[in-house]
Design a binder for this molecule. Sequence first.
Ligand SMILES: [Zn+2]
Length: 370
Amino acid sequence: MKKLILLSAMCVVAAFTNDATAASLDDSCNGVYKKWHSNNVTYRASAVGFPSGNDYRKALGHVITQFNKNASNIRFSMQYDEASVGMGNGENEVWWTSDLGAPAVAYTWKSCYWSFGWKHKITESDIVFKNTVNYTPNVEYGIRGNATNLFPYGGSSRPFKTTALHEFGHGAGLGHENGRYSIMGQDWDHIHRNYVYALAYLGEDANYALRQLYGNNSSSNVQDVGVVHWKYNGARGAYSSHIRTKLYNTSGYELSYNTVNGERRYYVYPGQTVRAEFTYENSGESSQYPTIHYVVSTNSLITTYDTLIASTAFTLNPEGSVYTATRTVTIPSSLNVGQNYWLGAIMDPNKSLAEKEENNNATYIPIRTY
Ligand SMILES: [Zn+2]
């Protein structure tokens, strides 16, 4: 049988090509998507770039942990202290270099061949990060990091973990997405936040694509619902762009705001009825009907101890569509005037669903009363 060895480079910076299709999966092999032919894939991290005790080594471990929460069968493992890294050496490796045209690149070797049907097999994946990018490993709170120094929150650092998750998505066979909120679109604003905690996560779209390639996880029942204050904002070349979810008046016009630390803080008055927009994701294996609570908080840490102002429930299918919607809520008339508050949404507040990820169930929109 004849094997074709192809090299494809996928980068995280929009190349602005004319290829604007929602290319989540690659079927350039006679209609067969490329994938690993094993569910367990080992990467090796450079000893120089990810030494013992280094925060990027910790961050890389967190990224693998986050990746392995996916609802499909593909699982990655990471070995460290690899002395010799390079492309095309038959090993899957991760390293840093200054010689890169993008903040990070995932190189994928694949083989398209016929063996009682067309096969499209990934044979090697190398993930390379540019060491002159102002990344932050974001390991301040374990798997979560400090949001305040990040691009999407008015900071100057690019979150390493969102970039790395995007690249490991390529490593699993995923292409770019430009039709919905997705880690395979622009990665750095595909992120969950509550209080100062930022969490990099794969999300519904990537999970759906992985389930298409590798099937629903057969060893455990992987479920995860979440809510974020980000949403899809149109295609930018091959990439989805994202923007914050908003607060509207009852006519659907965005409320006035001022921008604080990269976030819109909306002006509301006590007793005002508003429409709060959030994005709800189902990154698990099966449909869910979670309860969602809307609360008002005196700080940005949204918990079930905050003041409940509305409750709803709706079906969330794990099919990659990613549901962004507004819900009408009334700001309590008891709030003080001239004070900052946070309007929160809490998914599955009673924890009735056993989830692979419990850190992405509450988020906020900043408000200020007048
Ligand atoms: Zn990419």
